[in-house]
Design a protein around this ligand. Structure first.
Ligand SMILES: Cc1cc2nc3c(=O)[nH]c(=O)nc-3n(C[C@H](O)[C@H](O)[C@H](O)COP(=O)(O)O)c2cc1C
Length: 382
């Protein structure tokens, strides 16, 4: 328990400027500019091309921004393998690695869209035995789609939106781009249904905030200051969620003091009230191969939204707490199927972006990953 005197000192400290404004000296703005950009030209060397495709893949949405992926390149075969980086799992929020596989699907979709823009059609296959996704790139005429163009503009925008409805044409376009093999999206736009989702979000949020393991894991992945975000280039950046930047010691203290169940539930209620609707992604079966497809579908949804000036943010609490997930599935009327993702959308302001690690930190990996490409080539040669 914090003493009254300490609280007063803390208040004085924060008003005296210990909460850090966005600070140029940290290099955050430059890092953000370097991260969220298009290639200036199409690389003409095979390895440079594959590296550029990996860079686009890493700009995908991913759970807690852990960037739980490794890539192996085979320039000779024009192929890229993607494998989970299990050192970046988040077992408290994602015990069965559902979000991890969805994140890899998001990355695969960005890679495929960038491949098309650079004149390579990506054929994806998933080897369940060794958990490797292989993307073989075949020469085709380049197609620079609106989804590709939107890659550097997309973000998960944890802000209040403007409360305005989207047009029927926009909703139709979002629904159609977000359906994929074995994946459907339900768009809930009437107020009563959005309010009902809000109740699930609040119940799930309360359960998570009372779970010490969940809170510890969350805190571990928060990057409280610009400096910390730039040093690690991963994690949940405080300012991206509308919180002030602070040194870690102070950020942790403020988290304990002000990140309360009541305050957070109120914030979620306001955010959902300000949203035009909620998208729920549902896959045919609950397996990694399908979770990859969910990730691909969500990434397309988010990119199309970005291209139309529509923001989105996850409110996944109803699908992250297992007993609540079952109730949520019953409420949705999807029988025994598992709801995968819950995402609110609408128009609103942009927030400061998150960062990504440099591609050299994610390229090359365990030998199994390198072998992952070779095995298919050997199979093809046999
Ligand atoms: C499978 C998955 C689950 C996610 N769950 C949440 C969530 O429950 N709440 C949230 O605020 N963001 C969630 N996110 C968003 C990530 O935190 C976000 O993608 C990451 O921090 C990178 O930021 P960016 O998408 O703006 O680039 C999720 C993302 C993915 C792919």
């Amino acid at each position: 328990m914090i003493s009254r005197r300490r609280l007063l000192r803390l208040t004085a400290l924060t008003s005296a400027g210990a909460l850090l404004p966005s600070c140029g000296a940290s290099g955050f703005d430059e890092a953000a500019r370097q991260t969220w950009r298009h290639a200036t030209q199409v690389p003409d060397q095979p390895v440079a091309l594959l590296r550029e495709l990996v860079r686009y893949a890493t700009l995908a949405a991913n759970s807690h921004n852990t960037q739980p992926w490794r890539f192996a390149l085979d320039a000779g075969a024009s192929a890229i393998a993607i494998q989970p980086d299990l050192s970046r799992r988040t077992p408290a929020v994602d015990p069965d690695d559902h979000h991890l596989w969805v994140s890899l699907g998001c990355a695969a979709e960005n890679l495929a869209l960038a491949g098309a823009a650079f004149g390579r059609r990506a054929e994806l296959e998933f080897d369940q035995r060794i958990h490797v996704i292989r993307m073989f790139l075949r020469p085709v005429a380049p197609v620079r789609s609106p989804l590709f163009t939107a890659i550097p503009q997309r973000q998960c925008t944890r802000a209040e939106y403007d409360g305005q409805a989207l047009s029927i044409a926009e909703l139709r376009a979002l629904a159609s781009t977000a359906s994929g093999p074995g994946v459907e999206v339900m768009l809930l736009t009437d107020r009563a249904r959005i309010d009902a989702v809000t109740e699930f979000v609040i119940e799930g949020n309360s359960a998570q905030m009372r779970d010490a393991a969940f809170m510890q894991e969350l805190e571990r992945w928060i990057r409280f200051s610009d400096r910390e975000a730039v040093a690690t280039r991963d994690g949940l950046f405080a300012r991206s969620s509308g919180n002030p930047a602070a040194p870690r010691w102070l950020g942790s203290l403020l988290l304990r003091l002000f990140f309360t169940e009541t305050a957070e539930n109120g914030k979620y209620a306001r955010q959902l009230r300000s949203s035009a609707g909620v998208a729920v992604f549902v896959a045919r079966s609950a397996q990694p191969a399908q979770w990859l497809e969910v990730g691909r579908a969500y990434q397309r949804f988010a990119l199309l939204a970005a291209s139309l000036g529509i923001r989105n943010a996850f409110v996944n609490q109803p699908v992250e707490v297992p007993p609540l997930r079952a109730q949520f599935a019953r409420w949705l009327g999807i029988g025994g199927m598992r709801p995968d993702l819950v995402v609110r959308f609408g128009r609103g302001p942009l927030m400061p972006p998150s960062l990504r690690r440099p591609i050299d930190a994610v390229i090359g990996g365990p030998r199994a990953l390198q072998a992952g490409i070779g095995r298919r080539l050997n199979d093809a040669a046999a």
